[in-house]
Ligand binder design. Structure first.
Ligand code: NDP
Length: 293
C-alpha cells in the first residue's frame, strides 16, 4: 500500500484564490486588507519567509509593508513601531517574524500587538481563546494542518492523535485544535520514554521536531495519517521533513510531503487570518455607523 499524498500546494492555492476574492470584496467596500511584518536581525531563513509572505499578500490583493530592524536594535524601538501599527487604519494584521534576537523578550513583543491584529495568533489572549475553543486567529501552521485534514475528509473525532513536539507555535496549539475536534490527544517530547510505543498507536500523527527523518516506518501503524511539519535543510542543500517519507508512505494511509506539504499552508492561513481581521474591523465600523445614524 502506498499512501495518498496530501498536496499542500494545491490546497493552499485554492485558499489563496478564495482570499483574493474576499480581499476584492472588502476593497469594493472601501477597505483593502493590510498586513505589517516586522523582522529583526538578518536570519537568512526568516528573510526568505518574510519575502514569501509579502509575495503571497501581493498576489492575494492584500496591502503589505515590512519593517526591518538590525540585530542590534533596541527593543523599545520595535515596541514603538508595533504601537504605531496598532493604531494604523491601513493595517489589519501585524506579524513579528520569529525568532527574535536573544536580547528581546518575545512575550513582551508579542503581547504588545493589538489582540484584534494578532494574525499569527500568538498573543496570550488569542492563546486563551484557543484553549477555551473560541479561537479567532488560530496559529497559522496548525490551522493549516486542520485545513489539510478537513479537505481530505480525514476523520478526527474519536481518533487517536499523537503529536511529536510541544512548541508554542506548532505542537501545543495543534494539540488543542485536535482536542477541540474530538480527538484523543497524546503529546510527545524529547523527554518521552519509548516514543515508538506512542507513535505506533496514532491514527493521526503530527510531527514537529526539527529532527530530519526521525520518524521511521517501524514507528507507525498501517493506514495512519502522517502530517510532517518539519523543514530541515540537509547537507546536500535539499529540504527534508521529520519523517522518513519514502519508507513511511508505504505504510501510511495519507502523508504530507516536504517540501509541498504543510509549508505552503502556513502562508495561506496567514492570508486567511489577515482577511478575517480586516472583515471584523470593517463590520465593526459598519455597525458603529449604523448605531450613530
Ligand atoms: P521547536 O524546536 O520549538 O520544538 C521542537 C519540539 O520537538 C520540542 O518540543 C522538542 O521537545 C521536540 N523534540 C525534539 N527532538 C525530539 C525527539 N527526538 N523526540 C521527541 N520530541 C522531540 O520547533 P518548532 O515547533 O518551532 O518547529 C519544528 C519543526 O517544524 C522545525 O523543523 C521547523 O522548521 C518546522 N516548522 C515548519 C513550519 C511550516 O510552516 N511548515 C512552521 C513552523 C515550524 P522538548 O520540548 O522536550 O525539547
Amino acid at each position: 500500500m502506498s499512501a495518498v499524498i496530501i498536496d499542500g500546494k494545491i490546497i493552499a492555492k485554492a485558499l489563496r484564490v478564495e482570499c483574493r476574492v474576499r480581499a476584492e470584496q472588502l476593497k469594493c467596500k472601501g477597505m483593502q486588507p493590510g498586513l505589517a511584518v516586522i523582522i529583526v536581525g538578518d536570519n537568512q531563513a526568516s528573510g526568505i519567509y518574510v519575502r514569501n509572505k509579502v509575495r503571497a499578500c501581493n498576489e492575494a490583493g492584500i496591502y503589505s509593508e515590512v519593517h526591518e530592524f538590525p540585530d542590534s536594535a533596541d527593543q523599545d524601538k520595535v515596541l514603538s513601531c508595533i504601537h504605531e501599527l496598532n493604531t494604523n487604519s491601513r493595517i489589519h494584521g501585524i506579524l513579528v517574524q520569529l525568532p527574535l534576537p536573544r536580547h528581546f523578550e518575545d512575550k513582551k513583543i508579542i503581547g504588545s500587538i493589538g489582540v484584534e491584529k494578532d494574525v499569527d495568533g500568538f498573543h496570550l489572549n488569542n492563546i486563551g481563546a484557543l484553549v477555551t475553543g473560541y479561537a479567532v486567529y488560530p496559529p497559522c501552521t496548525p490551522y493549516g494542518v486542520m485545513k489539510m485534514l478537513e479537505k481530505n475528509n480525514i476523520q478526527i473525532e474519536g481518533q487517536h492523535a499523537v503529536i511529536v513536539g510541544r512548541s508554542n507555535i506548532v505542537g501545543k496549539p495543534m494539540a488543542l485544535m485536535l482536542l477541540e475536534k474530538g480527538a484523543t490527544v497524546t503529546i510527545c517530547t524529547s523527554k518521552t520514554i519509548n516514543l515508538e510505543e506512542h507513535t505506533k498507536r496514532a491514527d493521526i500523527l503530527v510531527v514537529a521536531t526539527g529532527k530530519p527523518r526521525m520518524i521511521t516506518a517501524k514507528m507507525v501503524k498501517l493506514g495512519v495519517t502522517v502530517i510532517d511539519v518539519g523543514i530541515n535543510r540537509m547537507p546536500d542543500g535539499k529540504l527534508a521533513g521529520d519523517v522518513d517519507f519514502d519508507a513511511v508512505r508505504e505504510k501510511a494511509g495519507y502523508i504530507t510531503p516536504v517540501p509541498g506539504g504543510v509549508g505552503p499552508m502556513t502562508i495561506a492561513m496567514l492570508l486567511c487570518n489577515t482577511i478575517e481581521a480586516a472583515r471584523r474591523i470593517q463590520s465593526e465600523i459598519m455597525s458603529k455607523n449604523n448605531t450613530d445614524k
